[in-house]
Design a binder for this molecule. Structure first.
Ligand code: IPM
Ligand code: MG
Length: 358
């Protein structure tokens, strides 16, 4: 099989981590008889520098023509003072919308080898920490109209609209239920139905979809309580499904409590390919270009790509196993370094994973 992958390295450490993930794909391809063709495209600050905007038409076209998209990271202090309309983040939001990537899967799990880095008490994580956040990605306050800042009664007023149509809730709820079905069978829908009308509709639609999934145990939680429960007892969660803004916040929280945000991959999926795969962490401009970044989140993101976009579960498992092996042998990048372990750079970490695929 031959797969076309559009690669967008982006900014900061993006190019370094993406290079390692491509290396891993090359090796896994040889091993499993898969061929990968790569096309590069510009996004974020790199695109602003080259073309004046964060998401050139050519990038959208290249992504649409691909079977899957691999993204490094976007943003950095160099572009922070630009007009909001052309900030690097706009490129990311734009490509999500252009590709119809409404479902964002963000697994937050504790790697046993890195348990010491976890910032929760051992008795709390002892019960397990393996949560999948399913975040709605193309609706809600991020995209809702009307939005803006305008003059009203002699002062400026800023506003956004959190809006969801039934079909948008239905399709993300389905992803939530399907995901739960493949895991431990529990789905928690997070909303703010005690205050927000949009959440009342959300809950009603989720309850309707639930009728098709009698085997999945559904619960509902208000977002403020969910934020608290995630640190109090994360073992109660299997899959969380929630709207865009709540998911943005809760997925960062879920990721950081594992203690290894540099390890966590993500997948953004639409109704059909291409899906977009990227590490959860950002562009880390402070360490960019120094061969210090942790490439494992990006490498694990291509494992998600193999599984979700290409149905190549065996190849995906091989990558995950190789990453686990490297960790169990004691190799660490700076972000996950502990006394007694072996510090390696970004390239060396990629090489170690490649060697253990063989
Ligand atoms: C994320 C990021 C983005 C978001 C930003 C960079 C636009 O925080 O992917 O979670 O808010 O969705
Ligand atoms: Mg975020």
């Amino acid at each position: 099989m031959r797969y076309n992958i559009c690669v967008m390295p982006g900014d900061g450490i993006g190019p370094e981590i993406v290079a390692e993930a491509m290396k891993v794909l090359g090796t896994v391809g040889e091993k499993f008889g898969l061929e990968f063709a790569f096309t590069k495209a510009l996004i974020g600050g790199a695109a602003i520098d080259a073309t004046g905007g964060p998401l050139p038409e050519a990038t959208v076209a290249a992504c649409k023509a691909a079977d899957a998209v691999l993204l490094g990271a976007v943003g950095g202090p160099r572009w922070d003072t630009l007009d909001p309309a052309i900030r690097p983040e706009k490129g990311l939001l734009g490509i999500r919308k252009a590709l119809g990537l409404f479902a964002n899967l963000r697994p937050a799990r504790l790697f046993p080898e890195l348990a010491a880095a976890c910032c929760l008490r051992p008795d709390i994580v002892g019960k397990g920490l393996d949560v999948m956040v399913v975040r709605e990605l193309t609706g809600g306050a991020y995209f809702g109209e009307p939005r803006g800042i305008e003059e009203r009664g002699g002062e400026k007023v800023g506003f956004n609209t959190m809006v969801y149509a039934e079909h948008e809730v239905r399709r993300i709820a389905k992803v939530g239920f399907e995901t739960a079905r493949k895991r431990r069978g529990r789905l928690c829908s997070v909303d703010k139905a005690n205050v927000l009308d949009v959440s009342r509709l959300w809950r009603a639609v989720v309850l309707e979809v639930a009728k098709d999934y009698p085997d999945v145990e559904l619960s509902h939680m208000y977002v403020d309580n969910a934020a608290m429960q995630l640190v109090r007892d994360p073992s109660q969660f299997d899959v969380i499904v929630t709207e865009n803004l709540f998911g943005d916040i809760l997925s960062d929280e879920a990721a950081v409590i594992t203690g290894s945000i540099g390890m966590l991959p993500s997948a953004s999926l639409g109704a059909a390919n291409p899906g977009l795969y990227e590490p959860i962490h950002g562009s880390a401009p402070d360490i960019a270009g120094q061969d210090k970044a942790n490439p494992l989140a990006t490498i694990l993101s291509v494992a998600m790509m193999l599984k979700h976009s290409f149905g190549e579960a065996k190849a995906a498992d091989a990558i995950e196993a190789a990453c686990a092996k490297v960790l169990s042998e004691g190799y660490r990048t700076g972000d996950i370094m502990e006394p007694g372990k072996t510090l390696v750079g970004c390239k060396a970490m990629g090489d170690l994973v490649v060697a253990r695929l063989g």
